[in-house]
Structure formats: structure tokens, C-alpha cells
Design a protein around this ligand. Structure first.
Ligand code: SF4
Length: 296
């Protein structure tokens, strides 16, 4: 495990390792970030998957953000992390020069792709990882076939993303006991996610109850199980942990050391689920935007 970098941020020091491990240390009682540790960045709204529950509302008419020319992209701190997504981020025509620019600034880029794009674009994905243009790779699950499982096992830093309410017992059965890493995301009631929930709640709610009831056993089948803040709330993850473990592993509320940037709509917000009236026009620096989010 290689140390990627150590940096001071507010009242704590962060050490980042190549396998995604992050260690924060402070002498105070709480961590207070001086700048955002991580930004969730949407680079396009184009996607050909047409998922019914897509909270981004992405389609083949979706636009690509002007990712090479936004002023704030010149203001990242070394070792700041970005989680790049879309739409289908792999389809952005400027993806590679954008990632190269981030790498030149020592920004740690992670990216999420859909399973189908991951399978179809293996040479691109391999190149991005080999060239250290991205570190972490999130792959949104569609269908856990044997072929997919053997493919994803080749990537040490790949994490399978699943959604509370979409993940089925049969998916868990096929994925379990394969030394895989899984990130459980909360169900986002936004855009198509909202429409799909009102049409399909009779199917979604039982899947959510099943996951919540069986969570303790389900996570035993994975090398690592993690959650976004929405899933932590929806699945009441805290009940499964001791206070000590919670203190150690909980990374903080949205907007305390992370925020969201939409490069298509040119907006930023506390998180990707922020209400539309709590999304603000992009500012010129990542620190100015973080300040607005913190003060909010
Ligand atoms: S959920 Fe992801 S893969 Fe599906 S349409 Fe939306 S952006 Fe595309």
C-alpha cells in the first residue's frame, strides 16, 4: 500500500493511501476542515442507459459540461479528492485531458461508471488506472453475472455500487463471498428517481425493508461494505456499530468536508440530493464554494 500524500486541512492531518485508505488525525475533539476534502463532480448528463430510477435524469440528449474551462478547476489543493460521475462520465469527449489536468495538480480522482459501460470500455478503464488518472473505481451494478464478477476482481480499487431498494436478494447471493467491496447508496427521490418511486413503491419498499432487516448478515459476505450518508440514514446503519467504531468510521455529514458540483448546470450544493433552490451558481474557486456550503 503506497502513501499517496499527507496534508494539513483545518485542524487535522490526512494521510491518503493508494488502496483508498484514509487516516485523519487531530488533537482536538472534532475535525474541522479548512477546505473540502472531497467533491462530488458531475461532468455530463449524457447517458444511453435510460435507468428508470435515474436521479440525475440522464438521457442521450443530456449535455456535456465545459470541463476544461471552468475557473475553479485551477484552484484545487494537492491531494483533494474528487468523485467524478455523470451521466456516463466515460462518454465525455474531454475526460482524458480533464483527468490529466487533475493529475498535474496532484488531485486524487475517483470515478463511477455503470456496469455496462465498464464491461464495454475495458481498454479505457484499464488505461485510466494504469496511468494513475483515476484511483478508485465505482461500478454501478446492473446484473451480477459470473463474467462481471471475474472482470471486477481484476481491479484492486473497484467498489460495486448498489442502491437501497434496487438491490435484490438474488444479487447479494451471487456477489457474496467473492472478496468484493460494496458501497450501498441511499435511494434518491429526485427526478426519474421520484417518478419511479411513486410508480413502483410497492416493489421498492419491500426490497428496502429486506435490506435493512438483513444488513448485518449481508455485509459479512463482502471484504468491505460502506455506505453513503443517505443510506446510513435510510438503513439506520449506526445501530450495527459500537459508539467507538462509529466515531472512527463516520466521515461526517454532507457539507462538512464534502460538497457537490454540477458542471453541466454550472451549480454547486451541499450534496447531489440538495433541493433545487439550494443550488448556487458556480464560483471561481473551490474554497469560495466550500465556504458557502459550510455557512449554509
Ligand atoms: S442511473 Fe447512471 S447509468 Fe442509469 S441512466 Fe442515470 S446516469 Fe445513466
Amino acid at each position: 500500500m503506497e502513501l499517496l500524500g499527507t496534508y494539513l486541512n483545518g485542524n487535522f492531518t490526512t494521510r491518503l493511501f493508494s488502496d483508498g485508505t484514509k487516516i485523519r488525525e487531530t488533537k482536538d475533539d472534532n475535525f474541522k476542515a479548512g477546505f473540502a476534502e472531497n467533491m462530488d463532480i458531475k461532468i455530463c448528463n449524457y447517458c444511453d442507459m435510460n435507468c428508470s430510477f435515474c436521479h440525475e435524469g440522464s438521457t442521450t440528449s443530456g449535455k456535456f459540461g465545459d470541463i476544461l474551462n471552468e475557473k475553479f478547476t485551477n484552484t484545487f489543493h494537492p491531494y483533494q479528492e474528487v468523485a467524478i460521475g455523470g451521466g456516463d462520465a466515460t462518454s465525455h469527449p474531454d475526460l482524458i485531458p480533464f483527468l490529466q489536468k487533475l493529475k498535474d495538480k496532484k488531485v486524487i480522482a475517483n470515478m463511477t461508471v455503470n456496469q455496462i459501460h465498464f464491461e464495454k470500455k475495458q481498454s479505457l478503464i484499464k488505461m485510466l488506472i494504469d496511468e494513475k488518472l483515476i484511483y478508485g473505481l465505482g461500478v454501478s451494478l446492473v446484473n451480477p453475472t459470473d463474467n462481471f464478477i471475474s472482470m471486477i476482481k481484476q481491479y484492486d480499487n473497484a467498489v460495486i455500487h448498489v442502491i437501497n431498494g434496487i438491490l435484490k436478494p438474488s444479487d447479494v447471493e451471487r456477489l457474496s463471498n467473492n472478496n468484493l467491496k460494496m458501497l450501498i447508496l441511499g435511494y434518491k427521490n429526485l427526478r426519474r428517481g421520484k417518478d419511479w418511486f411513486s410508480e413502483e413503491y410497492e416493489n421498492i419498499l419491500p426490497e428496502q425493508s429486506w435490506l435493512k432487516e438483513n444488513l448485518a448478515d449481508i455485509i459479512k459476505g463482502f471484504e468491505v461494505a460502506s455506505f453513503d450518508n443517505l443510506a446510513i440514514e435510510q438503513l439506520d446503519v449506526k445501530r450495527l456499530m459500537s459508539d467507538k467504531d462509529w466515531e472512527e468510521f463516520y466521515m461526517g455529514d454532507d457539507g462538512t468536508s464534502t460538497y457537490y458540483i454540477d458542471m453541466v448546470e454550472r451549480k454547486f450544493a451541499r450534496s447531489s440530493t440538495a433541493p433545487f433552490d439550494k443550488r448556487y451558481e458556480l464560483l471561481d474557486t473551490v474554497d469560495d464554494m466550500f465556504k458557502v456550503v459550510i455557512e449554509e
